[in-house]
Design a protein around this ligand. Structure first.
Ligand code: PSU
Ligand code: MN
Length: 307
């Protein structure tokens, strides 16, 4: 078989060749993480935010079997409109989707591994996967965590949702040797709120400091990634009690309907959005845009260090 190549958009190809800052973006958040058309509007706004902050956005997906780094607007629109009908692609699925010439939205795990191959060190998303509640028995632990252990990409997110078991998620990341940073905070953020009740293992207060850590990790050949937990802006934070009630209900619904495996995270996200009457969706959009600013700033600092 011929070698399989990554296809770059012209913008991303020229930025990478010139050593300009590039930020990877995932597509599962578009297809499975938000409803249409808010997903499309948000995806475009995230790209615009990255550009405004001086970096080049590279949304990653697999389109008709081709691994794409940087999507055209019509490709983005197609993924957004297809929504959950698009395959959700984690590391285990990448080769099968390519072999079948199928279309897939990449998770944090699959986006990270493709970004690393493309030479992109910074990746912005909403929230990472982790250890599900009850994971000590179900062993439902997102492949995102294993990917962070092995792939050198800094994932800028708003922490992990409390649909997950946050303390156990942090334990697994510690075991895997993944640095977890609270950006301007001592507490690991919990997506909809800035407060998880778990301490951030490391705290950093500037994009430059984070860029130096990323560069040091690369220079040392450590190989793994990092989690940069950016707290949701105050004015966008959801009412913690309302979110917790919705999450408990969503978890009970998932249990009742026997939903497991790859379907569980999208089901919980959709239920929580539905049960909070869209308030969680608004928070979700605001935090992703904020993460895009921080991620672009880190990518700019990193490009300056490497220049
Ligand atoms: N958490 C969110 N929004 C998301 C996801 C997680 O708040 O969109 C998506 C990401 O793509 C993440 C994936 O990588 O779900 C994790 O799925 P799983 O738990 O099946 O590994
Ligand atoms: Mn899982």
């Amino acid at each position: 078989m011929d070698s399989i190549e990554i296809t770059y958009s012209p913008d991303v190809a020229s930025a990478l060749a010139a050593g300009l800052p590039v930020v990877a973006l995932e597509s599962t958040i578009v297809a499975h993480g938000m409803p249409y058309p808010e997903n499309l509007v948000t995806a475009r706004e995230v790209e615009a935010t990255v550009k405004d902050a001086g970096a080049v956005p590279a949304t990653i997906a697999i389109v008709d079997g081709v691994i794409k780094v940087g999507l055209t607007d019509s490709e983005l629109e197609r993924l957004a409109a297809m929504g959950p009908k698009v395959a959700k692609v984690s590391r285990r699925d990448v080769a099968a989707i390519v072999a079948r010439a199928a279309t897939g939205a990449t998770t944090v795990a699959a986006t990270s591994l493709i970004a690393a191959r493309a030479g992109i060190a910074v990746f912005v998303t909403g929230g990472i996967g982790g250890v599900h509640r009850g994971g000590e028995l179900s062993m439902d632990v997102s492949a995102d965590l294993a990917e962070l252990a092995r792939t050198p990409v800094a994932v800028v997110c708003a922490g992990a949702k409390s649909i997950l078991d946050i303390p156990r998620t942090l334990e697994v990341l510690e075991t895997a040797g993944v640095p977890v940073i609270g950006y301007g905070t001592d507490e690991f953020p919990a997506f909809f709120t800035a407060h998880s009740g778990s301490a951030a293992p490391l705290r950093m207060d500037s994009p430059a400091e984070i860029a130096r850590m990323v560069a040091a990790s690369a220079a040392l050949g450590l190989g793994g990634g990092a989690v940069i937990g950016v707290p949701i802006p105050d004015n966008a934070a959801a009412d913690g009690a309302v979110i917790e009630a919705a999450i408990s209900r969503a978890l009970a619904d998932a249990d009742h309907r026997g939903i497991t495996g790859r379907a569980l995270t999208p089901f919980l996200l959709e239920r929580v959005a539905h049960l909070t009457g869209g308030a969680s969706l608004e928070s979700n959009i605001a935090l992703v845009l904020n993460n895009a600013k921080v991620g672009a700033a880190i990518a700019c600092e990193l490009a300056a260090l490497r220049a």
